[in-house]
Design a protein around this ligand. Sequence first.
Ligand code: 13P
Length: 253
Amino acid sequence: MRPKIVAGNWKMNNDLQQGRELAESIKALQGEIPEPVNVIVAPPFIHLADIGRTIADTRLKLAAQNCATEEKGAFTGEVSAEMVRSTGAQYVIIGHSERRSYYQETDQVVYQKIEQALRNDLFPIVCVGEKLEQREADQYFSVVAEQLEKSVFQLSAEDFGRIIIAYEPVWAIGTGKTATPDQAQQMHRFIREKIEENYSSKAANNTAILYGGSCKPSNAEDLFAQPDIDGGLIGGASLKSRDFIQISQSFTL
Ligand code: 13P
């Protein structure tokens, strides 16, 4: 059925040498990754080509953390989906809450990036999630529904088939405050129901929905044991190869 995925979002950490060392040390442990689990690393743009070579011919896959809304041209400082693809990356994280809040990315921008990614044969990992005040005001379902409706739910059924969703409650990111397995499961179930409403039960069953937000070796097992949680998008704990690999071993197989 749907894949099990553990993706490491390195964010803006590690210079090139440190990034290379981290990739090498994850590569050295790759034999310990259980067979059905897909492990993805998402280093900063500047590392992509280099790490792409390091992990070529291994079980590890490569993702970018972002891509441009435009195809090519005079957009100084931007990196296109085509450039990302040319490094050997197969995935791209889109709409991370840090991009939404610090760089004013709207759902429209998220949608344009998804389109660029799809046009260039990348699998988009699309992030959604509510802020603390929205959780406290009991608006979390409507916030996530709106993010989905204005981005991925604009896609055709065929294009939607290439989407991976990551539910990352903003209040759980980098705070050490994880959503409980029940809270996460409740939202993942809700997202799956919305997919069924918008597409089909087949699409709902086949879409991987990852949890992100202070996921680490000590809580991954309980999270991944939930029926609608298909893996994790890992920040801090993905910077330690041992922890990252241990998270990949946290599925009940
Ligand atoms: P942390 O695991 O550091 O909370 O970050 C989660 C995240 O934002 C992954 O994209």
